[in-house]
Design a protein around this ligand. Sequence first.
Ligand code: GDP
Length: 309
Amino acid sequence: MFESLSDRLTGALKDLRGKGRLTDADIDATAREIRLALLEADVSLPVVRAFIGRIKERAKGSEVSAALNPAQQIVKIVNEELVGILGGETRRVQLAKTPPTVIMLAGLQGAGKTTLAGKLSHWLADQGHTPLLVACDLQRPGAVQQLQIVGERAGVPVFAPHAGTSVGGEGDLGVDGSQAAVAVAQAGLDEARARHYDVVIIDTAGRLGIDAELMKQASDIRDATNPDEVLFVLDAMIGQDAVATAQAFAEGVDFTGVVLTKLDGDARGGAALSVREITGRPIMFASTGEKLEDFDVFHPDRMASRILG
Ligand code: GDP
């Protein structure tokens, strides 16, 4: 991901090299190139506008007279602004003062929630935590079993009603299904308290598209479990749709952080660059493959450096 964006940005900045002084026209031309590169990468228009505005303002301002040569100065500004739209500081998981810490996962079907549940639990266990996975996706046939397989692979126990349970029938997000999911979440929390698991990760149902009942079920689970973190899991490959999806989840469920998945894909990846600015929520983790270890804390500065080559 980001290869072509990276090429375009480094190309735009390379043209400045060797120039002793930059005129406003030089800066405008470079800003235009950067703007095109970002739009082509599917970064959302308001984010691009704000980004370009800040770059021009800073590049034309007094900063350019500092010790670095003008081209280096622009690269520095672009890098800093990129780190800014990616969230600035790395944001760590908020642990509960009194365990268990509750982490709820939300997102569309296929975004990578169940896969992430395995990775996140494995990562937490590596750090000495004792996580429990709770299977609250009772809609998708086989979802509970999938989480059990993921848990087994991660070496983390799974709390589930019954193996392979599907309440309400295939694709039915009815009231009963919602209540059952809430009941499983609560029972999972009770189990964690009784057996002293210190982190509970709740996998929830997703749908192929945004829908009111999906949001209601997710917010019911949230209200019933009072999570320390609600992580919105976003497939970075879905392009422009990512912004609308993120906004819908921000309004419908609210979330404390974002996990970007499928960053190993070759899509344009603008979602990754828009979601922080659009929702105001930090990107906390990145998933880069199907294996347990294809996962890391998201570092805005490292991602910006990677994009700028
Ligand atoms: P859920 O419906 O949100 O629980 O999504 P799943 O966890 O079932 O993932 C959907 C598909 O995406 C599965 O085939 C996963 O193996 C795959 N997947 C999940 N995360 C990643 C990732 O980071 N990279 C790639 N390439 N595939 C992923």
